[in-house]
Write a protein of this length. Structure first.
Length: 307
């Protein structure tokens, strides 16, 4: 009997050892929590002299000395959301620069004060081209481009050595529309234009009014262009879309417009290797900007050095 009890005690002890002990939660002190810090990054809220509106400027610069010609510059719109991603990609490029030979860029995000990733009214106001009779809530693309050229770039250049020949602009959706507006109206403002899912449909394709003027440029003056679009943007995955939303999506075709514009730009004389198009498999409109930015960063960094 005693032997049986001893065996039973050993079995119960062994079983208890197999049961994970309850772990006490980590000690939490209010003073132990800290704000998350993005490496090598700063931000500044400004009020534009040009537009009269407030903006949040984010800047991340590579560690170490600048190249002899200055750092490349990447400007990303919707900075509240896009800047951390672009800054990470730039740090990754810096870590591989000895292997690739690519100089990592200074990344500038242009966003808006506040905690929202996307300020919908502000981006509609700033990113859309408009006719003279456009309401104040839209059509401010020309003034916003002035703000970038006359205020943002000089502000960044006052703190960092910037290469004037290697500068890129990235935007998605209305931001992609703005990239095309800048490309057609001031093609010398950047050396690389990265338009992700551009809203070409805006105001009956108003942005394309500038295309014939752009096509008259000397081929040597034409910058590099990447256009991308999610393959599912016109046919989103099954979800809780209302009939009204599906009708709106159908009235604003994205894929054929982006594809047609890229083809037209690629067929222009002197553009061999300087116009890229990506139809992103499996991507719809919302998250398509992430692979578009990844490919856009690579496209920009591969820009041949100026003579």
């Amino acid at each position: 009997m005693h032997a049986h009890r001893a065996v039973l005690r050993h079995l119960l002890l062994a079983a208890a050892m197999l049961v994970p002990a309850a772990r006490a939660p980590a000690t939490e002190r209010a003073s132990a929590w800290q704000d998350v810090v993005l490496p090598e990054a700063r931000q500044l809220d400004v009020t534009s002299r040009t537009t009269g509106h407030g903006y949040r400027i984010f800047v991340a610069a590579p560690a170490g000395p600048a190249p002899a010609t200055g750092h490349p510059l990447l400007v990303v719109l919707d900075g509240n959301a896009a800047f951390p991603v672009a800054a990470f990609l730039a740090r990754s490029a810096a870590a591989r620069s000895e292997v690739t030979g690519h100089a990592p860029p200074v990344v500038v995000g242009i966003g808006y004060p506040g905690a929202r990733d996307f300020d919908v009214p502000a981006r509609k106001r700033d990113y859309t081209p408009g006719r003279p009779d456009a309401p104040a809530t839209e059509g401010g693309a020309a003034s916003f481009l002035d703000f970038i050229e006359q205020e943002v770039k000089p502000l960044v250049a006052s703190r960092h050595s910037i290469d004037p020949q290697r500068q890129a602009l990235f935007g998605h959706s209305f931001g992609g529309l703005f990239v095309l507006h800048a490309l057609f109206s001031r093609p010398d403002s950047f050396s690389t234009f990265i338009a992700s899912s551009p809203s070409i449909w805006w105001q009956d394709k108003l942005v394309l009014d500038g295309l014939p003027r752009y096509e008259k440029l000397d081929p040597a003056r034409r910058p590099r262009v990447q256009i991308s679009v999610g393959a599912l943007e016109d046919a989103p995955r099954k979800g809780n879309y209302s009939p009204e939303t599906l009708a709106l999506i159908a009235s604003r075709p994205m894929v054929p417009e982006a594809r047609a514009l890229a083809r037209r730009l690629q067929q222009a004389p002197g553009t061999e290797g300087r116009v890229a198009f990506h139809e992103l498999a499996g991507e719809d409109h919302g998250p398509a900007w992430l692979p578009a930015m990844t490919r856009g960063m690579q496209f920009f960094l591969e820009q041949p050095a100026s003579p």
